[in-house]
Design a protein around this ligand. Sequence first.
Ligand code: FAD
Length: 480
Amino acid sequence: MPSDREPFVVVGGDAAGLSAASKCRRESDREVVVYEKGSWVSYAHCGTPYFVKGEVDELTDLLSLSPDEVDERGIELCRNHEVLDVDTEARTVSVAGPDGEFEQPYGDLLVATGARALTSPVDGTDLDGAHTLHGLDSAAGIRAHLLDPDTDHLADVGGEAFVDRERVERYGAMDPPETVAIVGGGYVGIEMAEAFSTHQCDVHLFQRGAHVLPPFGEAVAERVEAELRERGVTLHLETEVAELTGSEGRVEHLVCTGGTELDTELALVGVGIQPNTELVADEPVGTGPGGAIVVDDHGRTGVDGVYAAGDCATMEHAVTGEPEWVPLGLTANRAGRAIGSTVAGDPEPVGTIAGTGVLKAFDCEAGRTGIIDPDRAREAGFDPVSETVTAGSRSGYYPGGSETDVTLVADRNSGLLLGGSIVGTDRAAIRVDILATAIEQGATVGELERTDLAYAPPFSPVWDPVLVGAKVLRGSVEAE
Ligand code: FAD
């Protein structure tokens, strides 16, 4: 039987884990223990490209809560403690900390272990100069590598009490790279292209597929690619990287399967992430898309008292109703918070996701939500109709506007809005929230077209680009 006399134990001290821990403590007097295997807690991965770029001064600027602030919330925070194993029969976890290993009983358990960066299938990623960007220490290593060896690197990156000093000092001693290779045209690769360019590097981006940013669709990809090229980034599309090679343990070359080679001193491998689910691999906990832990509408795994949230877990998709794995920040925070409330005694659903994402590539902004890919829509049982329009972001006579491309997808039979993307330079990305809201509410394209959006010349034309897209798409949906 679950016992709320035993603590609520949380594995992972970042977005999902600390949201749950904080909410539970706020709503109840239950004992809450958080185990975090690293030194950092409550940090923003999302800000790391901007830290590398230099727009964010110090690593500590990326913390939402310091360990002391976590402590003040009445949470027992154990940093540098790795949970090695879970026994859901005995309701215990095995923990390895600085003082050795011990067993911790739990009443409820939250697995909020996040994900890790993949490097496969690229060989040679153990060489110095081959980086991934996942966590503050990797960001600190990249920034140290980019700056002159004379820099006081530890002072520059900040957070001396937490940071991996050896890594910062090792990379800080290296000469800054002239040529940087980015492997992977996902959002990390694109954001980092901007960061490396700011450091005056010659940036080459390699993407296996025909376009960057596959989840955003072609209309977005083409504009982002144009922006990258205009800013001096060399794109190698349909080019698969096989390995990084070098001598004396340092990256010197990148080699592609088709024979293309590049001399480079720094390679960023951003080919995806994998959920950290090993802890429950031997427990009767199901996994689903992406290998993530499948949970129900309250974040429950199906094993009594065991919850999962954030990058290691699935969420229900608002359009398909099926479990999906879209590891993003709000999802982790929201699910964690809901689980914290549930274990405190006030059950709260974790909500659904529409896979809403935004990103910036230099001056170009893009957003996407829902189902854009027609094959994916057909697999989900829809008959997708899609239209792309280009419309002004402000009234034509008002300065500062720019062309905004909107792609909308709807189901031919029901008119249900399935997904969409937006790209442009004038507040394009945030407009995707209109689409996300409509999708979460189950709106048809006709209902979107009749939505009372704001209008004044500095902000939008009378017909916002989203409404123009909806008008055109409704015409197509009703054409047959
Ligand atoms: P994490 O933040 O990964 O935290 C998991 C924690 O668990 C880690 O601290 C880890 O050390 C700890 N842990 C793992 N295993 C154990 C164990 N066995 N014992 C103890 N502790 C353990 N999302 C957006 O929505 N917008 C963005 O712009 C955006 N940008 C991003 C940029 C980058 C470079 C990256 C890497 C991610 C970005 N994300 C973005 C994704 C977002 O950061 C994640 O979705 C979010 O951090 C997930 O939170 P989490 O708590 O599930 O996992």
